[in-house]
Design a binder for this molecule. Structure first.
Ligand code: HPA
Ligand code: ZN
Length: 315
């Protein structure tokens, strides 16, 4: 990566902590926790990272998360991510975590949260990286389950800046979560949601109008709806775009076809993020580098993208 790119101060606003679990750490945690894995070694696991769509990725991502059992595991996961941020001049992070992925396996909510929170605090003190944590609901599960998760989170209200919505998009529109998002907002939490990654522009409208989100996660399919484009430009609603993720999950066939710079030039407040860096081939820095290599991103465009990420912070 060019040094000027690495040196740009950036914020990362779309990162799933469970998606930053590198194969090496996954194997180390499996050994530490005496969990048998279906892959013979790290290379065999990496070879399985070939996806045709979001669901194929999610199946592996939830399987990988199974090695996370104890507070120290969540600490190690988060700390490893923050060290990568430090290397790439990511000075602020607003990561997601998926409590249901863990509580549904019998891991107590507070075990997950304490490990993550301690690493984030140490990251602030020792690495100078500020943060705001976002609790994300799994949309393939019923809204009732999301309500239970929000209830579990409320004793730790101050640990969060907001709620998100992730997992399988198609067939699980934002409108299914209108009530739980209203409840979260009534507690003073910000709302964000994945929309328009695989799902249609209609899901982005719903996320804006029904969930009253402050940022759209992905949102690249907004470009199919001119009226929606005008709205997100007029209201300067940030999009947390994840270029390498979109290629790995076949949202675009090749990086040279990605629409992020076209959106930027039209005045959309787009930002660059890594989504699930362990699975998609890189962190924020590698995502910027890919735009430079395949889309001819200029230094001026990189500066605007980095500035957008700082402007779009919720914390
Ligand atoms: N999309 C939806 N859900 C997710 C993703 C994603 O890219 N990563 C982790 N959960
Ligand atoms: Zn995501």
């Amino acid at each position: 990566m060019p040094e000027w790119l690495n040196a740009l101060p950036k914020a990362e606003l779309h990162l799933h902590l469970e998606g930053s679990l590198e194969p090496e750490l996954l194997f180390a945690l499996a050994e530490r926790n005496r969990i048998a894995l279906p892959w013979s070694d790290v290379e065999a696991l990496r070879a399985a990272y070939a996806f045709n769509n979001l669901q194929e990725f999610l199946d592996l991502y939830y399987q990988g998360a199974n090695v996370l059992r104890y507070e120290q595991d969540f600490y190690d996961l988060t700390w490893a991510y923050l060290l990568r941020c430090k290397e790439q001049n990511v000075i602020h992070v607003e990561p997601f975590f998926d409590p249901q992925t863990h509580t549904d396996r019998g891991i107590p909510f507070e075990v997950v949260l304490r490990g993550i929170q301690q690493a984030l605090r140490d990251g602030e003190k020792q690495l100078g990286i500020s943060h705001g944590l976002i609790l994300s609901f799994l949309r393939h599960l019923p809204e009732e389950e999301a309500f239970k998760t929000l209830e579990q989170a409320m004793p730790f209200r101050d640990a969060f800046i907001g709620v998100g919505l992730d997992s399988s998009e198609k067939g699980f529109p934002p409108r299914l979560f209108e009530r739980v998002f209203a409840k979260a907002r009534s507690e003073g939490l910000h709302a964000v949601a994945h929309a328009g990654e695989e799902g249609p522009p209609e899901y982005i409208w719903e996320a804006l109008d029904l969930l009253k989100i402050k940022r759209i996660d992905h949102g690249v399919r907004a470009i199919e709806d001119e009226r929606l484009m005008q709205r997100i430009i007029d209201e300067q609603i940030p999009l947390t775009v994840c270029p390498l993720s979109n290629i790995k999950l076949c949202v675009f066939e090749h990086m040279s076809q990605h629409n992020i710079l076209e959106m930027l030039e039209r005045g959309v407040k787009v930002t660059v993020n890594s989504d699930d860096p362990a699975y998609f081939g890189g962190y924020v820095g590698e995502n910027f580098a890919a735009l430079h290599e395949h889309l001819g991103m200029t230094e001026d465009q990189a500066r605007r993208l980095a500035q957008n990420s700082l402007d779009a912070r919720l914390a």
